[in-house]
Design a protein around this ligand. Structure first.
Ligand SMILES: [Zn+2]
Length: 454
């Protein structure tokens, strides 16, 4: 069994012990009120949030066998809201089996989380932002992180016909298993700065469109990353009727996923498939990890007034926004991490720096083509806010090697459009339109042979 990595070093624990001794519980600020407790389970990680009107202090420690995390929260007493936390953990939570709460000492509540597997926890606090007051956050990451590529492969294998013969490379190359072996020319290795072969179309790949129904023909599996915006603590925009952006964009993503997966050589990969928060940079990393061919972020915009309407499609900009509205929307979407809540200390700055240093010129060119194809199709099923693809500095569109667009499907702040976003009818039309846009893009820009080992 894998060893636990304790949250506190022994020295740290000793120091904390002495601090508690010096202060004594009676000196710790009392009277903090718990506003809410929330649990967001997912396969990636389970988050627990305790929201309060003052900052809470927590000390945590691991017990290895059986795996559990104990947390002492100071300055509060056991109240019904905390007892509710116990009931909020569902038996199908991938990471937590149950929570126990108890009054450990006067003003100190102890939570014990019984874990289903070894975990790497992140415990951090967030200052008040948007509608939230102070938040104490526990993110429980499985010590063995699920591999998205392996999950795709497993899915692919499960759907495979039994008579299909296993490709030779299956044992060594994780994606090789998903690809039909190339029988002709070797892949073009003249990669441009974006990692794609420059000015060349692989000989083995063609795309055809017949009877309005497009089909991408390629010698390998094409992966489309779908990125439903927001999630978990971050509801995104909320319509006048209470519709939450995070819910409708997930529904639309599921519909689009089904259409993509109906194609024999395409597979959708969702950056989140349930209701949990994914930081913006993690969305990009996830798509790169599965070597997605496209990245499509789905949103539903809001404005202060209920008048604005129509869909927009955005690509990245290297030199400022194409309009002030585009800049405003990018700023708004980029603030998702503040609301969703990220542990700033745990950010992978090395990866971020590497991403920033890579050129996105070729990516933007492809993204604009993809965006126009999608915009053209959306115009057949709904109104457009702007007739052309706009550009701004969206954090989520910064994968340097994946054509990436952000679709604002409609204005959720407009009552008519909110109703449409909720309706199955419109979601189906929209998913069909987005799918046609993807196929139109691939018809003109066939997916390239992978030029590197995975
Ligand atoms: Zn959004």
């Amino acid at each position: 069994m894998k060893e636990f990595i304790p949250v506190l070093s022994r020295r740290g624990a000793l120091q904390l012990g002495s601090v508690v001794l010096l202060l004594g519980v009676q000196h710790i600020a009392r009277g903090t009120t718990i506003m809410a407790v929330r649990v967001w389970p997912s396969r990636d990680y389970t988050r627990l949030t305790i929201e309060s009107d003052g900052e809470l202090k927590a000390r945590q420690f691991f017990v290895a066998d059986p795996p559990r995390l104990a947390v002492d929260i100071e300055g509060i007493d056991l109240i019904p809201a905390l007892r509710e936390l116990v009931a909020k953990v569902k038996s199908d939570d991938p990471n937590i089996s149950r929570i126990r709460v108890g009054q450990h000492a006067p003003g100190v509540v102890r939570l014990v989380m019984d874990l289903k597997q070894p975990m790497l926890p992140q415990v951090f606090t967030l200052k008040p932002v948007a509608a939230y007051q102070y938040r104490l956050v526990f993110d429980l990451y499985p010590a063995q992180a699920p591999d998205p590529l392996e999950a795709l492969i497993a899915e692919r294998l499960a759907g495979r016909q039994p008579e299909a013969s296993p490709p030779q490379s299956a044992a060594t190359d994780p994606l090789g298993d998903l690809m039909v072996q190339q029988s002709g020319k070797a892949p073009n290795n003249a990669a441009s700065s974006s990692g794609r072969p420059a000015n060349s179309k692989p000989a083995l790949e063609t795309a055809t469109m017949a009877k309005g129904e497009a089909q991408v023909k390629t010698d390998r599996l094409v992966i489309v990353a779908l990125d439903p915006g927001h999630g978990g603590e971050d509801s995104g925009a909320i319509g006048p009727g209470g519709t939450r952006e995070k819910d409708v964009v997930l529904q639309i993503a599921h519909r689009l996923r089904d259409r993509i997966n109906q194609q024999p050589n395409m597979r959708a990969y969702l950056t989140r498939d349930t209701d949990f928060f994914v930081p913006l940079n993690v969305r990009v990393q996830k798509a790169r990890r599965v070597q997605a061919d496209l990245f499509i972020s789905l949103h539903a915009d809001a404005f202060f007034t209920d008048r604005p309407q129509g869909a927009s499609v955005f690509a990245l900009s290297e030199k400022g926004a194409s309009s002030s509205a585009a800049r405003w929307i990018a700023n708004k979407e980029n603030s998702a991490d503040l609301v969703g809540g990220v542990n700033v200390k745990a950010r992978d700055e090395v990866v971020q720096k590497a991403l920033l240093d890579m050129s996105t010129t070729a990516q933007i060119k492809d993204s604009l083509k993809l965006g126009s194809a999608m915009l053209g199709e959306i115009s057949h099923v709904g109104r457009l806010h702007k007739g052309r693809v706009e550009q701004a500095s969206f954090a989520v569109l910064k994968a340097p090697d994946i054509p990436s667009v952000l679709v604002e499907t409609a204005f959720i702040s407009n009552p008519d459009e909110e109703a449409r976003l909720r309706s199955e009818d419109y979601q189906v039309q929209l998913a069909d339109a987005l799918m046609r846009g993807i196929m139109r893009y691939f018809a003109r820009n066939p997916p390239l042979a992978r030029s590197r080992a995975l």
